[in-house]
Write a protein that binds this ligand. Structure first.
Ligand code: TYM
Length: 332
C-alpha cells in the first residue's frame, strides 16, 4: 500500500490521565519510526467505552491525548495522528474480524479477565471482543510494527493469529504485524505496589506519576515510593520497588543499570528517590509546556483531527474495500 515503506501503528485510550508508563512504554517510542516508516497513531476512543466513561471527560481527554502525542514530539506532518471514531472503517472491520476470532481465544485474554473482575457490574460484549477491534485498528493500515508496552503483547499476538487465519482463507489480504516492545520501558510498575503495572485507572494517585504532574508532585510521589528494608541501590530479585526506580531512572537518563548502581554507591534510598524524581520532572517539563500551548488552541487541534482522519480514511477505505470484495459483499 505504501510502495515499500513499512508501516507503524499504535493507539492510546483516552480513558484517564496518561502516566509515565504510557510515555516510556509507548508514546516516547512512536517517534522512532517517523523518519523511515509510514506512521499512524490513533486516539482510541471506541476502546475507551468498554468501561463506562463520563462524556465530558472522554471528550476532554480525547483532545488532551492528541495534544500529548504532539507534545511528545510527534509531528502531525510526518505522522498521521487521528481519533478512532472519526474513521468508521475501524468499527466495520472489527465486526468482520469478530467473525474470524474464536470465543476461546478471547476468553484467554488476561486484560479481559482483569477488567471483568474490576468491573463486575459491566462485563459487556465490547469488553470481551475488544481485541478484534484492536486487530481491526492494526490490520486496516497493513501494519508491519506495533510499538506497545508488554501488557499489549498478547493482543498483538492474537491480531497476528486473526490475520494469518484470514489470509489462509483469503490469501494476500493482510500484512501480519510484529509487536515492538522497548526493552527498558516495557512495564513501568506502580510506586505503591511495585508488583503491579502502573495504570492510569489506579485509584491511588500516589501509585502513579502522570505526564502532567507538576515538579513538586512528581518529586513527592517518588519520595514516597515503596522500596525495601535494605539501603543499597542495586537491581536484584525481590527488590521490585528499587528495580522499578532503577528502570525509570535508566529510561530518563539512558544510563545502564550498572552505571546507576555505581553512581549511587554509598548513597541511601532517599538520595536515589530524589534523583529519580528530578530526572523525571526535568524530562517532562518541556512536554508539559508544549502540551499547554497546544491545548489552548482547540481550533488547531480540531483541524489536526480532521486532517488525520482524512489521511487515515484514505488507507482504511482501501483495505476495507479489499476485505469486503474477498468476502463476497456486493459492491454498488
Ligand atoms: P493503553 O491505553 O492502556 O496504553 C497505551 C500504551 O501504553 C502502554 N502502557 C505501558 N507501558 C509500560 N508500562 C506501563 N505501566 C504501561 N501502561 C500502559 C501500553 O502497553 C500501550 O502501548 N489496547 C491498547 C490501545 C490500543 C492499541 C491498538 C495499541 C487500541 N488499539 C492498536 C496498539 C495497536 C490499550 O489499552 O493501551
Amino acid at each position: 500500500m505504501f510502495q515499500d515503506q513499512k508501516v507503524s501503528f499504535s493507539g492510546v485510550q483516552p480513558s484517564g490521565n496518561l502516566t509515565i508508563g504510557n510515555y516510556l512504554g509507548a508514546i516516547r517510542n512512536f517517534s522512532k519510526y517517523s523518519e523511515e516508516y509510514k506512521c499512524f497513531y490513533c486516539v482510541v476512543d471506541e476502546h475507551a467505552i468498554t468501561v463506562r466513561q463520563n462524556p465530558a471527560e472522554l471528550r476532554r481527554r480525547t483532545y488532551e491525548t492528541l495534544a500529548l502525542y504532539m507534545a511528545c514530539g510527534l509531528d502531525p506532518d510526518q505522522n498521521t495522528l487521528y481519533v478512532q471514531s472519526h474513521v468508521h472503517e475501524h468499527a466495520e472491520l472489527a465486526w468482520i474480524l469478530n467473525c474470524f476470532t474464536m470465543f476461546g481465544e478471547l476468553s484467554r485474554m488476561t486484560q479481559f479477565k482483569d477488567k471483568s473482575s474490576k468491573h463486575a457490574d459491566n462485563i459487556n460484549a465490547g469488553l470481551f471482543t475488544y481485541p478484534a477491534l484492536m486487530a481491526a485498528d492494526i490490520l486496516l493500515y497493513q501494519t508491519d510494527v506495533v510499538p506497545v508496552g508488554i501488557d499489549q503483547k498478547q493482543h498483538v499476538e492474537l491480531c497476528r493469529d486473526i490475520a494469518e487465519r484470514f489470509n489462509q482463507i483469503y490469501p494476500g489480504t493482510f500484512t501480519v504485524p510484529e509487536p515492538i516492545i522497548s526493552r527498558s520501558g516495557m512495564k513501568i510498575m506502580s510506586l505503591a505496589e511495585p508488583t503491579k503495572k502502573m495504570s492510569k485507572s489506579d485509584e491511588n494517585v500516589n501509585a502513579v506519576v502522570y505526564i502532567l504532574d507538576d515538579r513538586d508532585t512528581i518529586i513527592r510521589k517518588f519520595k514516597r515510593a515503596v522500596t525495601d528494608s535494605e539501603t543499597c541501590v542495586r537491581f536484584a530479585e525481590g527488590k521490585d520497588g528499587i528495580n522499578n526506580l532503577i528502570t525509570i531512572y535508566s529510561c530518563f537518563t539512558g544510563k545502564t543499570f550498572e552505571e546507576i548502581e555505581k553512581e549511587f554507591e554509598g548513597h541511601g534510598y532517599g538520595d536515589f528517590k530524589l534523583a529519580v524524581g528530578e530526572v523525571c520532572a526535568d524530562a517532562l517539563a518541556p512536554v508539559q509546556t508544549r502540551f499547554h500551548e497546544l491545548l489552548s488552541d482547540k481550533a488547531s487541534l480540531e483541524a489536526q483531527m480532521r486532517k488525520g482522519a482524512e489521511e487515515a480514511s484514505y488507507y482504511a477505505r482501501r483495505t476495507l474495500g479489499k476485505v469486503q470484495k474477498k468476502l463476497g459483499f456486493v459492491k454498488l
